[in-house]
Design a protein around this ligand. Structure first.
Ligand SMILES: Nc1nc2c(ncn2[C@@H]2O[C@H](COP(=O)(O)OP(=O)(O)OP(=O)(O)O)[C@@H](O)[C@H]2O)c(=O)[nH]1
Ligand SMILES: [Mg+2]
Ligand SMILES: [Zn+2]
Length: 356
């Protein structure tokens, strides 16, 4: 149990009723939150000050699944010492992850214990509904709320017409805020996601304005920002590590480096959210196993031909679905391997003492 004083202190870094302290936690293990992860250590905040700590040796095992290591956003318990050691990662109530770029399948954490994910997309050359669909799939699986933030709205004279066009290409029923990340008033619409006890993470390509938005909310230029390339609106990967920042609005914000690639992890469910409309269309096909190719009575083809279903969105859905199938198989293989390794460990005593 935390005393009221400690609780009030921890509330400044996002501690809320959602965080569960194990009843058997040693009394001298101090609660804190991971705010930065470096190559050789972590920076945590206890609500009053930040300091560097080391992870317990078991977190450094080479074959450990990266999702089991402490990550930015985690609430942890520290074993006292010089330096203090992260002994326990408290249960996470939301986990935003993706699969790592490259050949080898591996899940990678982006942020934990976030209530909302602000997906930033620039109303310039960065705008891309297909990329947004990927973000939505990952966020859907995270347990956090997705909020789409369209930055650089100030660079358009006829925002209303533009937003009408934007609405046409985005999935139905999503929260979208066009705004100017440099203008504090414009950011007032985001305050509900940033009230005391709440944590949000900003994600998006390099140059969309994640750090600009963070600085404007903070009221100071803490995070470095850099102008994008004129010809293609691309950023310069200015932010190089994730950082959790307590805001004057009472909540916390995690600024992240621009993401180059967004691979699904295999845990996503495309049908529950953004593609639910396509799923219910497919249920109206005459054949239960309709491949939506040339079968008679195919509701999907009818919707594509009438324009009710956007062809690019359909293509994107199919692509995501096959990627999801592949990644789900990869994930299963990985989990099976892990289970077998655990079993082998557990069996060792029998093998040693039981058999001759
Ligand atoms: N006019 C205008 N400029 C913006 C807005 N948001 C960001 N910018 C500009 O875009 C450039 C890139 O912004 P950053 O905040 O560095 O982008 P970032 O997303 O943090 O980029 P990385 O750290 O590289 O991932 C800067 O020159 C900002 O001033 C906006 O809403 N309106
Ligand atoms: Mg940045
Ligand atoms: Zn069909």
């Amino acid at each position: 149990m935390l005393n009221p004083e400690t609780r009030a202190r921890l509330a400044r870094i996002g501690w809320s009723d959602a965080v569960v302290l194990p009843p058997d936690a040693p009394a001298d293990h101090l609660p804190a939150r991971v705010i930065i992860q470096h190559r050789n250590g972590y920076v945590v905040h206890d609500g009053e000050k930040e300091f560097t700590v080391q992870p317990a040796p078991r977190f450094l095992k080479r074959n450990l699944d990266p999702v089991e290591r402490p990550a930015v956003g985690d609430f942890v318990l520290l074993k006292p010492g010089k330096p203090a050691q992260i002994e326990t990662v408290l249960p996470r109530h939301a986990t935003l992850s993706r699969a790592a770029a490259g050949e080898r399948y591996q899940r990678q954490l982006i942020a934990t214990n976030v209530d909302s994910v602000l997906v930033l997309m620039g109303l310039d050359g960065d705008f891309n509904p297909r990329r947004l669909e990927r973000y939505l799939a990952l966020i859907q699986a995270s347990g956090a709320t997705c909020v789409v933030v369209l930055t650089k709205a100030d660079q358009h004279d006829d925002l209303e017409t533009l937003m009408a066009d934007v609405a046409d290409v985005l999935p139905p029923d999503i929260i979208v805020h066009p705004l100017n990340a440099k203008d504090p008033q414009s950011l007032a619409v985001l305050h509900p996601y940033l009230a005391a006890g709440l944590t949000a993470v900003v994600v998006g390509s390099s140059g969309v304005g994640k750090s600009t938005l963070t600085n404007t909310l903070l009221g100071e230029q803490r995070q470095a920002t850099k102008a994008v390339r004129q010809n293609d609106s691309r950023g310069r990967h200015t932010t190089t590590f994730r950082a959790l920042i307590a805001l004057p609005q009472g909540g916390c914000l995690i600024d992240t480096p621009g993401m180059r690639e967004l691979k699904l992890t295999g845990e996503e469910d495309l049908e529950v959210g953004q593609f639910a409309d396509i799923d219910s269309l497919a249920m109206r096909c005459r054949f239960g196993d309709c491949a939506h190719q040339s079968e008679p009575g195919c509701a999907v083809r009818v919707a594509l031909e009438s324009g009710e279903l956007d062809t690019e969105r359909w293509a994107s859905y199919q692509k995501l679905r096959s990627e999801l199938q592949m990644q789900a198989a990869n994930l299963e293989t990985q989990l099976k391997r892990k289970n077998e390794a655990n079993k082998a460990l557990g069996k060792r005593p029998h093998e040693k003492f039981g058999r001759h």
